[in-house]
Ligand binder design. Structure first.
Ligand code: 3HC
Length: 629
């Protein structure tokens, strides 16, 4: 592992260049923070230093405080692992320095990295640099003064938006908003920054301390109104995330009692948030998301991913259309195969609708609905030109991958696999989107077992980030790597798992659903179950989710499980009875809930007699009273 260092070089111009080096993202690890303290102290002491430029090595300014330290705090419960950076280093040493400091920012300045840059007296950036405070996505909030300095540099609405969304902006936007003083080509970054620092030292440019600024804050009543609206919006969009409200409280403290009081409160609340369960969970997810791209004997054996330029998707239903949309959005050409032209048209129409909605959302910043719609239509049409609908296999001769997305039916999948093996080129990856069926069964009738792999997407497939990649003992490392790479290109989180009925997700999910059925049969109100699960933090409860997925999936998956794990299966007739009574969930607007366009799903009391019938058929409490939980 490369060493974490901070270096300082003093030029003949009297500018000290302090460089952070901690590959790959120059995170502010503890030795880096100690190094910064030491080098800044030296620069302040030395008479030959007039001004300072702070930068990061290898084209990246800084990816923020070292997240590994949070893990250490979580493991030990000992908050003293967190150093006093916000007041001692960022405010006293940098912002209140006796010599001007300019941040030369390139690549990225995120979290603590941007916070350090904001405490400097000038910020010069290379084009396309990412600037953001993503701390809330880790369950914490900015802790090096970001909650105070960002609003003072950008104004409250934009600063709140950046913090609460955790999304970075580019330096070009940063320049327009006032976060960046100048954008210069990377090769001029240090030269311009040095001159800028000297200009401040020699009073040719203003010496600005961000925390002391008030010009962008507006009146107290305006600020309060903005914060109030942000609070309400966060309550709706992030109801189970305490860090959103906490961050707004700290911002408000700074508005009401001044930036320095805000910095002090930020430190206190930051330390509380670091220990929260939310932070523990989200920091775990940060590392887990990175760990998934390291698969032993796949990503560590020197293989290079092959280009996947054209993918055939078999089946244009709910899953197939979503998968095709995701591929097109990732700039991958798609051949969509259906059994007849009616289904094919329907599939392509669904894809067109999805593309229009997505492009419309991505154009939210374009002014005027008409202009937005026109642009969205043009972009969606362009994307649609990457798809070719077919009814036979003639287009399959040059595809790099096939993703079969038909119904969960073993003989049908086996037939398709033996057909595609014959028509596709020998390098072609043969993937199935099955959610449950053992892949050895799916590929049983092919000779190309090394090319057979599971690509289990989650509905809606163009939106949900998880891609469960299922490998059998015979799937080749190259094929796994290729699918992982496609997954990343189409912005999924590909997780490689082993092969068994249900794989990892449904193997876990099935007992969860079974638990919900058992409670239903014990007499617990299903809408109460859903409410409890939502308030626990999941997007929806098990019954609403079943409505969303459609009952066909539940029936098919249930059968597979019952066959594979008969002793772990509780046979509830509820889904069959729902289907018998003409319900199919969201698909036909009638499930456990009623679905009407433009309104939220409403619990349907008419399902109670169906539930009673299910309970009567499987009487798990003969003669007993209903359990009140
Ligand atoms: C007090 C302060 O307010 C608190 C903070 O600053 S908290 C930190 C705030 N910063 C962040 O949240 C940024 C987190 N990092 C990222 O979003 C992305 O890593 C990135 C955009 C910087 C780079 O993305 P990318 O190039 O795709 O590389 P990615 O694979 O994510 O990361 C490369 C490596 O750097 C590590 N890394 C990235 N940021 C890190 C950080 N802040 N601390 C420690 N390690 C970090 C990753 O764990 C990964 O390690 P690995 O190779 O051992 O798995």
């Amino acid at each position: 592992m490369a060493e974490a260092t901070v270096t300082m070089e003093v030029g003949s111009d009297g500018v000290a260049l302090i460089t952070i080096s901690n590959p790959p993202v120059n995170a502010l690890a503890l030795p880096i923070l100690a190094g910064l303290k030491e080098k800044f102290a030296e620069a302040m002491r030395r008479d030959d230093v007039k001004a300072i430029v702070l930068t990061g090595k290898n084209g990246r300014f800084c990816g923020g405080f070292d997240i590994n330290v949070f893990q250490k705090v979580h493991r030990t419960g000992d908050i003293s692992h967190l150093p006093d950076v916000s007041v001692e280093l960022v405010t006293n040493t940098l912002e209140d320095a006796k010599k001007p400091i300019v941040a030369a920012v390139q690549g990225l300045a995120l979290g603590g990295g941007l916070e350090v840059a904001m405490a400097c007296h000038g910020r010069i950036a290379a084009p396309g640099t990412q600037l953001g405070l993503p701390e809330l996505s880790l369950g914490i909030m900015p802790g090096f003064g970001g909650t105070q300095r960002l609003p003072r540099l950008l104004g409250l609405p934009k600063a709140i938006d950046i913090m609460l969304s955790s999304k970075p902006i580019l330096s070009e936007e940063g320049k327009k908003l006032g976060l960046i003083d100048a954008i210069v080509p990377p090769q001029d970054l240090l030269k311009v920054s040095r001159q800028w620092a000297l200009d401040i030292a020699e009073a040719r440019k203003p010496w600005v301390r961000s925390l002391h600024r008030t010009d962008k804050i507006g009146s107290l009543s305006e600020a309060r109104e903005i914060i109030k609206n942000a609070r309400q919006s966060a309550k709706r969009t992030a109801p189970n995330m305490p860090q959103h409200q906490a961050c707004l409280d700290v911002i408000e403290e700074g508005i009401v009692r001044g930036g320095y009081a805000g910095v002090l409160k930020e430190v206190k609340v930051f330390n509380e948030l670091v220990l929260s369960d939310t932070a523990k969970g989200l920091v775990h997810i940060f590392f887990a998301q990175r760990a998934i791209s390291k698969v032993p004997k796949v990503t560590d054996i020197g293989l290079k991913p092959r280009a996947v330029k054209k993918v055939a998707v078999i089946g244009g239903g709910l899953m197939g259309s979503g998968i095709a949309t995701a591929l097109i959005l990732g700039n991958i050409n798609v051949v969509l195969k259906e059994v007849n032209s009616e289904y094919l048209q329907k599939g392509i129409k669904t894809i067109a609708e999805k593309l229009t909605v997505i492009t419309l959302c991505s154009l939210a910043n374009v002014r005027g609905l008409v202009a937005r719609k026109r642009l969205a239509q043009a972009q969606a049409d362009k994307a649609l030109s990457m798809i070719k609908g077919v009814l036979d296999y003639s287009e399959f001769r040059d595809v790099d991958m096939v993703i079969e997305a038909v119904i969960e039916n073993v003989p049908l999948k086996q037939k398709i696999f033996s057909e595609i093996e014959k028509v596709c080129p020998p390098h072609c990856i043969l993937a199935t989107n099955t959610s449950t069926i053992d892949l050895n069964l799916v590929g049983e009738k092919t000779k190309s077992q090394d090319r057979v792999i599971g690509a289990h997407f989650f509905s809606p497939a163009h939106i949900m980030p998880l891609l469960e990649i299922v490998r059998t003992e015979k799937t080749s490392a190259q094929v796994i790597l290729d699918l992982m790479t496609v997954g990343k290109i189409i912005k999924k989180s590909p997780v490689v798992v082993g092969n068994c009925t249900g794989f990892a997700v449904n193997r876990t999910f099935f007992p969860y659903t079974q638990g919900a059925y058992v409670l239903l049969h014990l007499g617990v109100d299903i809408f109460r179950i859903d409410r409890l699960i939502s308030s626990f933090g999941l997007p929806m409860g098990p019954f609403q989710l079943q409505d969303l997925a459609g009952y066909g999936v539940a029936v098919a998956v249930g059968k597979e499980f019952a066959t594979a794990f008969p002793d772990r299966t509780f046979g509830s007739p509820i889904v069959d009875l729902m289907i018998k009574s003409g319900r199919n969930g969201k698909n036909n607007g009638k499930g456990y809930y009623i679905y009407e366009k433009g309104s939220k799903p409403k619990p349907d009391p008419q399902v109670f007699p169906i539930i009673e019938e299910a309970k009567r058929l499987v009487n798990i409490m003969p003669g007993g009273k209903l359990l009140v939980l």
